[in-house]
Design a protein. Structure first.
Length: 693
């Protein structure tokens, strides 16, 4: 069964500093190292490819089935099937899972290992112990993956023509590999060819025997009629690392359409914006107006400062436009920036105008395959120092884009990508300290979870924790683009979980930094001895219907019904008000506005009730000045020597509020000091004494 692990989540909340939360994470632990992970989008089942085994887990990472894949007698130099009498150096060898893919329409799992020259098998998705196809005696034509665990293999299951399922494969060339870099493989027996044999005799590309460049593939993906490969290439002459994006038509068995070009990601944090040298992970997501390639890159910092990492975005529309422009340039005349991939010379120019449009998937009379040094360059929207970004996956929520980035120190960063090209890291989860997050960072079928792999564990992480924020202020401070405040229910939710989210003001998105607030009150204050109405201005006031009855609640007084007028809520002042605290001239009473249904909190405001009787005591021995100078509308009654509430038509003998200069005063005593126990005449200068004659 799935295990649970307490993990720390570091939530870097904008404007609020870093906060620590504890999460109880589901995780599954393998006996051997994890290699690959895929998810069935229909059932939510998780498939794990690990060293010597496959696991089938449910969506909560509980074990359903296990199938062994190794170890077995093998030697990289020997051709399977392995016979000890023929392969004397054979020994028990681990089987590293090199490729794990779903053929969902046919309910099949494609798995390729490092044993036996990288041969593959088809298994039933419903029961991974059931092998639908496996053949270890097919010879070189059945060698698909690399048999070197340090050489990555990537792939994609798709169709060349309707109903014809094929496997596109890209891999580097290990010392004992067959040299095939890119290939198209059958997944069913067709015209005498078995599964995993080449689609046609031409449907492979080998590195030329003179090639001195080595490739490390990162990912494969499809878009429309095209299949793409992202890979790093270490050039020897001159010595440098390049990241390349290759494209070809799915239904092109001759690879006439193969075209590769450079992808560059610039680091804007330093002068001259140096280029990140290596792509470590990439994924494609459909956001906004079209699919985008998200890629994380790495480079060594200057002066031994450690690695630097960046995230770059390449819209596929721009990718295809650039590739079309490169084909046009080569077919017409230019050849300075072009080369022939893997080996040979390129022959550009001399082709009829419009050739690239007339032959979108190339032709034998056009240059093929084609490589261009004139590629796409993007500036990193996010950069980090001191670590590598090792995985990336992207989700969309209410037309907002969120990137989840794995790191080399065991974290998953949560990053909001704005439409203007900037980014904002709003949180991170520490999955397993100092354990690299592996490349297969995958969303669950329902999009509510994220599966992250370390060395031997796969974790189920929540993509959001809106419900953990108990107030609108906490929800807003989270800055989580998944979250917003559901006003009528008084809780932090995803938009889809708020029943009236489509109504104005009923779901307040966290990144809009808005909560329902009382922005003003009329009157601004009130005497504790008065009775009246308080008109509260609300912003933003949610759209209310006749069933949305609001209550006013003053302090500990009983609630009463509120009246709604436009953007204002009208409450009656309470009949009972708490006592004025000693040394103060008012008491602040909390006004709460509630929905009658379930007493859901809407907003609150501290409302002052002043006490003129206490106001006269704040300035010692100067009751008139103390009364008339306070911030309330208290007035001093000279006749009765008392401080009371102002009246609209003040009588004679009244010192109005804020007219303390009119109070009777004794000033300038002479002498300033007199002896004790000795009768002394003291004189004063009087001010405003005529008012008390």
């Amino acid at each position: 069964m799935a295990l649970q692990l307490w993990a720390l989540a570091l939530l870097g909340l904008l404007g609020t500093g870093a906060a620590l939360r504890h999460h109880k994470l589901n995780f599954f632990q393998s006996e051997t190292e994890l290699n690959h992970l895929v998810v069935d989008r229909e059932t939510g089942v998780v498939y794990l490819g690990v060293v010597n085994a496959l696991y089938q887990l449910n969506a909560n990472l509980q074990l359903e089935q296990k199938a062994g894949t190794g170890p077995a007698l093998d030697n990289k130099k020997c051709t399977p099937p392995i016979e000890p009498s023929q392969c004397h150096e054979a020994m028990m060898t681990d089987n590293v899972n090199q490729l794990l893919l779903l053929d969902a329409p046919r309910k099949r799992l494609v798995e390729c290992g490092s044993l036996f020259k990288g041969i593959c098998a088809l298994r039933a998705m419903s029961n991974i112990s059931t092998r639908l196809f496996y053949e270890d005696s097919g010879g070189e034509k059945s060698f698909v993956a690399s048999n070197d665990k340090s050489v990555a293999t990537v792939g994609l299951v798709s169709e060349t023509v309707p109903g014809e399922r094929v496997l596109f494969v890209g891999k580097g060339n290990g010392p004992h590999d067959n040299g095939v870099i890119v290939s198209t493989r059958l997944l069913d027996r067709v015209d005498g060819r078995d599964a995993f044999e080449a689609y046609t005799d031409h449907a492979t590309y080998k590195a030329g025997y003179l090639s001195t460049n080595t490739q490390q593939f990162v990912t494969a993906f499809e878009d429309g009629i095209y299949v793409f490969f992202v890979f790093n290439q270490q050039d020897k002459h001159p010595s440098r690392n390049r990241t390349l994006l290759a494209r070809m038509c799915k239904h092109d068995p001759f690879y006439y359409s193969y075209l590769e070009m450079d992808l560059q990601c610039l680091d804007p944090s330093e002068a001259l914006a140096p280029t990140f040298s290596t792509c470590l992970a990439a994924s494609v997501a459909l956001v906004g107006t079209g699919p985008v390639l998200y890629a994380v890159f790495s480079r060594e910092g200057r002066g031994g400062a450690g690695p630097r990492a960046g995230l770059c975005l390449f819209p596929l529309e721009e990718v295809n436009q650039k590739m079309q422009a490169n084909r046009d340039a080569c077919y017409k005349a230019t050849q300075d920036t072009f080369y022939k991939p893997f080996h040979g010379e390129i022959q550009c120019g001399g082709h009829m105008p419009g050739a690239s449009e007339s032959f979108p998937c190339g032709s034998e009379h056009l240059p093929y395959p084609l490589g261009s040094r004139d590629g796409l360059t993007a500036t990193a929207v996010l950069q980090r120092g001191g670590l590598n970004l090792t995985a990336v996956t992207v989700a969309a929520e209410n037309n907002h884009t969120i990137a989840f980035l794995g790191t080399s120190d065991g974290r998953v960063l949560k990053v909001y990508l704005t439409q203007n090209g900037s980014s904002s890291e709003y949180g991170s989860i520490l999955v397993e300290i100092n354990k690299k997050i592996k490349q297969d960072l995958v969303l669950s079928a329902d999009g509510n979870s994220l599966y992250a792999m370390t060395q031997d564990k796969v974790f189920q992480l929540p993509v959001q924790e809106c419900e953990s924020y108990l107030t609108c202020a906490q929800c807003r401070s989270s800055q989580d683009p998944y979250c917003g405040w559901c006003v009528v229910e008084g809780r932090c939710t995803r938009r889809a979980q708020c029943p009236r989210a489509e109504e104005s003001g009923h779901w307040l998105w966290s990144r809009d930094e808005s909560c329902v607030t009382i922005t003003g009150a009329q009157p601004q204050n009130m005497s504790r001895r008065a009775q009246g109405e308080v008109l509260l201005t609300i912003s933003p006031l949610p759209a209310l219907n006749e069933d949305d009855e609001l209550l006013c609640h003053f302090g500990d007084s009983p609630s009463h019904s509120a009246r709604v007028e436009g953007n204002a809520i009208i409450c009656n002042s309470p009949s009972s008000i708490p006592g004025t605290p000693p040394g103060q001239d008012h008491v602040a009473v909390n006004i709460q506005l509630l929905f009658r249904r379930d007493n859901v909190f809407l907003t609150s405001h501290l409302y002052p009730f002043y006490d003129c009787r206490e106001a006269m005591s704040l300035v010692e021995n100067l009751p008139c000045i103390s009364c008339a100078s306070n911030r309330w509308t208290c007035q001093w009654d000279l006749r009765y020597h008392e401080c009371r509430e102002a009246s609209p038509n003040p009588e004679e003998g009244i010192i109005p509020a804020h007219m303390e200069d009119n109070c009777p005063q004794f000033l300038d005593p002479k002498p300033l000091v007199i002896p004790m126990n000795h009768e002394t005449e003291v004189t004063f200068q009087g001010q405003n004494l005529d008012t008390v004659k």
